[in-house]
Design a protein around this ligand. Structure first.
Ligand SMILES: O=P(O)(O)OC[C@H]1O[C@H](O)[C@H](O)[C@@H](O)[C@@H]1O
Length: 428
């Protein structure tokens, strides 16, 4: 991953970061790097995530899914237990990866009505093994396979912790079971079985994904001058301190649209703490140039735009046409047009004094997505260190989980009581 932070400097943007501030930031980054490196070598909770490119065995995952013969995969999980797999397969252009990462009955009915169960493997993922949405969806899916006379036990892989209800279900049915690695929070687990089972079943080179992750991990050095991942995290924090509370993440590649979704969870759940944290906004280039860009250029000076693009991609010529006003398209490809739009958007933000950061990867492929995932995890961990927050916990999310469980199960939790105490002021 490469970075260009020129348009986040105070000579371009308001707010922006001065070169003096960058020097001061560099000292803080060096200290934080020491903490991160020590955390990695002691495999401390959270920091162990950055070791996954080394500790995950691609061969082990491939062995576990070897008996499964499928053309499609249905992943049942939510949050960090779904978005890694979705991000990786989308980056690889896979159309046959389906997800149940919500409990909307209408969407579930539609998806299950359309699936060919015979050729679809079930990939159930839950670190805790207790998440209501995932367990409910798994029970629904099993039931649908049974109703169609298809043996789900022959095509199901479970990834979960040592114990818990999902581990028990897997043991009861003797399903292949992979572990969520120790010390790795869900949103940092893409480069483990959590994110790699689906692409492995679909026949992708998951070792190459890990390879990309290794490259990112090896590029973590103590100075932002030669570490793009840390530079991104540090710049985002410096901008947030100067009032940049929104981070609009805008890849110029459809295959990276789910990456923006994955980034949103990573950034929000890791850094939204103690009254701090940037709000991640999801955008797609060039499509959202024709909608959200109005706000990012002409709205408040509280947003940075992260512009992401591959520097190489497959391309397609735009056919020439003999119509005045369209001649300029004639010599171009769709890729040329997308690149021109990328650069035009970047310049248009700078002309409006709005900060942006350019992120480039060589190509959206196995290696590229592995690199991006680990680079942004490292960026997030660096940001968390600089902000002084507990990057690897999510107490605010747990509150809602407890409330829902209390309401459904009739348990008397404080959270469920708070839901019942809701103040009403209806307007009909
Ligand atoms: O993997 P699970 O235990 O099922 O958890 C799935 C998701 O649930 C929670 O809401 C957490 O906040 C997420 O970080 C997690 O990824």
């Amino acid at each position: 991953m490469q970075l260009d932070i020129g348009n986040a400097l105070d000579s371009v943007a308001t707010p922006g970061v001065s070169t003096d501030a960058l020097d001061r930031l560099d000292d803080a980054v060096a200290d934080a790097h020491e903490t991160i490196a020590a955390g990695m070598s002691n495999a401390r909770f959270g920091y162990a995530s950055l070791n996954l490119p080394e500790t995950t065995s691609a061969a082990g995952i491939e062995r576990a899914v070897d008996s499964i013969d499928a053309d499609a995969v249905l992943t049942v999980g939510i949050g960090g237990s779904a978005l890694g797999a979705k991000t990786i397969t989308a980056a690889l252009g896979e159309a046959n990866h389906f997800l149940l990462d919500n409990v909307d009955p209408e969407a579930t009915n539609r998806l299950l009505d359309a699936l060919d169960f015979e050729s679809t493997a079930i990939n159930v993922v839950s670190k805790s093994g207790t998440t209501a949405e995932t367990l409910a969806n798994f029970l629904v899916v099993r039931d649908a396979y049974e109703a169609a006379g298809v043996d789900w036990t022959e095509r199901t892989v479970v990834t979960t912790g040592e114990s818990g209800p999902l581990a028990e279900l897997a043991a009861e049915e003797e399903l292949p079971k992979l572990a969520v690695p120790d010390g790795v929070p869900g949103r940092f687990s893409a480069l483990s079985a959590v994110g790699l089972v689906a692409p492995a079943i679909l026949g992708y080179d998951i070792e190459a994904v890990l390879d990309g992750g290794r490259e990112a991990r090896d590029s973590l050095t103590e100075s932002i001058d030669d570490c793009p991942a840390y530079a991104y995290g540090a710049l985002a924090v410096a901008l947030e301190r100067r009032g940049v509370h929104t981070n609009a993440f805008m890849p110029y590649a459809e295959a990276l649209e789910p990456f923006a979704e994955w980034f949103a969870q990573l950034w929000a759940e890791s850094l939204g703490k103690d009254g701090q944290g940037q709000t991640p906004a999801r955008a797609l280039g060039a499509t959202d140039q024709h909608s959200q860009l109005q706000l990012y250029r002409a709205g408040r000076h509280d947003t940075m735009v992260t512009l992401v693009r591959p520097t190489a991609r497959d391309d397609r010529e735009i056919p020439a046409v003999d119509v005045e006003g369209l001649a300029y398209l004639g010599d171009a490809t769709l890729g040329d047009l997308l690149d021109a739009e990328f650069e035009a958007t970047e310049a248009s933000l700078a002309a409006a004094d709005k900060p942006s950061i350019r992120v480039e990867l060589d190509r959206v492929d196995e290696h590229g997505i592995g690199d991006l995932l680990v680079s942004f995890e490292a960026a997030c961990i660096m940001a968390g260190e600089l902000m002084g927050v507990e990057t690897f916990t999510q107490p605010a999310v747990e509150w809602g989980k407890n409330a829902a469980r209390g309401l459904l199960g009739g348990e008397e939790t404080a959270e469920a009581a708070a839901v019942r105490d809701k103040r009403e002021y209806r307007i009909e």
